[in-house]
Design a protein around this ligand. Structure first.
Ligand SMILES: [Zn+2]
Ligand SMILES: [Zn+2]
Length: 69
């Protein structure tokens, strides 16, 4: 069974200025900053939960509606 290699800190150079988390790509860091500033590109209109990707919101809405629309 292969052992999953953890990313070394050097491989995650994009560090969040608001918490100690770091990310491998600028996109990952940008997605993370929504956690702090609340300006999510996609928001659930039912429970106001925020999402960085439309697919994530669609998957989430499925929990409310039980169907994709
Ligand atoms: Zn952060
Ligand atoms: Zn919701």
């Amino acid at each position: 069974m292969p052992i999953k290699k953890l990313l070394a800190p050097a491989e995650k150079p994009h560090k969040c200025s608001l918490c100690s988390k770091s990310f491998p790509t600028p996109g990952d860091l940008k997605s993370h900053t929504y956690v702090h500033n609340g300006s999510w590109p996609f928001k659930c209109h039912i429970c106001s939960r925020g999402f960085s990707k439309q697919t994530n919101l669609k998957n989430h809405l499925f929990l409310h509606t039980g169907k994709y629309n």
